[in-house]
Design a binder for this molecule. Structure first.
Ligand code: HEM
Length: 108
């Protein structure tokens, strides 16, 4: 429960950081995006641990997909974190993959 709460806050930090940066420009990686991405990896992996009592476990395939996407996002924010600006397509992909992971979490 606490982990899910932290996971949702990490999601808000990552997506919120990206949206604010997109609207205010330039298209660079800000600290909120770095922190949000790291929080999602840590809390997501912890959430995936089989410690949920009576709640059903999510399908392993779903967790693998989420992990792969989260690692991709982490690399995509980490590598160009010091660049003054990144390509629009790169930035859009970070936002898109974040939304895809939230969709996987919700609809799978
Ligand atoms: C950028 C990366 C990620 C985003 C945006 C994201 C987003 C979300 C969202 C929106 C939820 C819904 C929470 C709820 O329904 O209360 C969720 C739940 C969850 N996420 Fe993630 N997540 C990410 C990474 C990960 C990773 C890496 C893992 C682990 C491999 C993971 C495992 C889980 C689990 C176990 C749940 C609980 C929901 C369930 O039981 O199916 N997430 N995530």
């Amino acid at each position: 429960m606490v982990l899910r709460y932290a996971h949702l806050i990490g999601f808000a930090v990552l997506l919120g950081g990206a949206v604010v940066q997109y609207l205010s420009r330039p298209l660079r990686i800000n600290p909120a995006m770095l922190w949000g991405s790291a929080i999602q990896l840590v809390t997501g992996i912890a959430l995936a641990a089989p410690l949920r009592g009576d709640d059903p476990e999510p399908a392993p395939a779903k967790l693998v997909v989420k992990l792969v996407i989260a690692v991709l996002i982490a690399i995509m924010v980490w590598v160009p974190r010091k660049r003054p600006e990144v390509n629009q397509g790169h930035f859009a992909a970070i936002v898109g993959l974040t939304l895809v992971n939230a969709a996987v979490a919700t609809f799978w």
